[in-house]
Design a protein around this ligand. Structure first.
Ligand code: FMN
Length: 203
C-alpha cells in the first residue's frame, strides 16, 4: 500500500501512472482498461457504450477506438464532437473520467494504418450487409452467408473497409479517483493552449 501511495503521492506521479495504465489497456486484451465506456451526446441525452481501446497516443493525448461508419455514435459525434470516456480498474480501484473533442477518420492514412493492423476477427465486425442497429426478423450477425461459419480470407474481409471508421478522442479533461482504505484520493487535470493545470480535489 505504501508503494502505491508512493507513485500516487504527486500529481506528476498520478499522470505517469495513468499513462502507463492506458498503455497497458491497449496492449492487454484482458486488462480492465481495454474496455472503456465511450459517451456521446444523442438527441435524448447521453449515449454510452463499451468499446475497445485500440491505441493511446500519449504525445498527443489521444485515445483511439474503431467503429462501423454506419453506427449511431458516428452521427452523434458528427453533431457534437465532445465525447467522454470512462475507465475503471477494479484491482487498482482507479476510475478515470476523460473528455475532449473527437475526430472521425474514414479515408485517411490514419484509418488505413489501423485497418491494415486490424485482426481478421475485428475486420468481420465491419462486414455486415445492413447498418448496425437495423431491425431484423430473427437474430443474426448480419454477415453475408459466405463469411459465416468459416475463417475468412484477408481478401474477403476487405469488403469491411468501406464501413470501417476510427474515432480519435483528445484528452482535454481528466478526473482521476482512487479508492483506498487509507483515504480516497481525487485529482483533476485540464489541458488548454497554456498547457496543463492539475489539482487535488476532495474525493
Ligand atoms: C466488450 C465490448 C466491446 C465492444 N467494442 C466495440 C468497439 O470497439 N467499437 C464499437 O463500435 N462497438 C463496440 N462494441 C459494441 C458497442 O458497445 C455498441 O453496442 C455498438 O458500437 C453500437 O453502438 P452505437 O449504436 O451507439 O454506435 C463493444 C461491445 C462490447 C460488449
Amino acid at each position: 500500500m505504501r508503494k502505491k501511495r508512493g507513485k500516487w503521492a504527486t500529481l506528476d506521479g498520478v499522470l505517469n501512472e495513468t499513462w502507463k495504465m492506458l498503455e497497458r489497456g491497449v496492449a492487454r486484451f484482458n486488462d480492465p482498461f481495454h474496455w472503456p465506456v465511450l459517451g456521446t451526446t444523442a438527441k435524448d441525452g447521453a449515449s454510452l457504450r463499451t468499446v475497445i481501446l485500440r491505441q493511446f497516443i500519449s504525445a498527443d493525448r489521444v485515445l483511439v477506438c474503431h467503429t462501423d461508419a454506419r453506427a449511431a455514435k458516428v452521427n452523434e459525434i458528427s453533431n457534437s464532437a465532445w465525447v467522454s470516456w470512462l475507465f475503471y480498474h477494479p484491482q487498482k480501484k482507479v476510475q478515470l473520467r476523460i473528455s475532449g473533442s473527437a475526430t472521425l477518420h474514414a479515408d485517411d492514412q490514419f484509418a488505413d494504418r489501423q485497418w491494415v493492423a486490424a485482426k481478421m476477427t475485428s475486420r468481420l465486425n465491419y462486414c455486415a450487409i445492413d447498418a448496425p442497429g437495423t431491425a431484423i426478423e430473427k437474430p443474426s450477425s448480419g454477415l453475408p452467408d459466405f463469411l459465416i461459419n468459416k475463417v475468412p480470407t484477408l481478401l474477403e474481409t476487405e469488403r469491411g473497409r468501406k464501413n470501417f471508421m476510427v474515432i480519435a478522442g483528445r484528452i482535454e479533461r481528466m478526473g482521476w479517483l482512487v479508492l483506498s482504505a487509507l483515504g480516497n484520493r481525487r485529482a483533476r487535470f485540464d489541458w488548454d493552449d497554456n498547457g496543463l493545470s492539475a489539482k487535488w480535489l476532495i474525493p
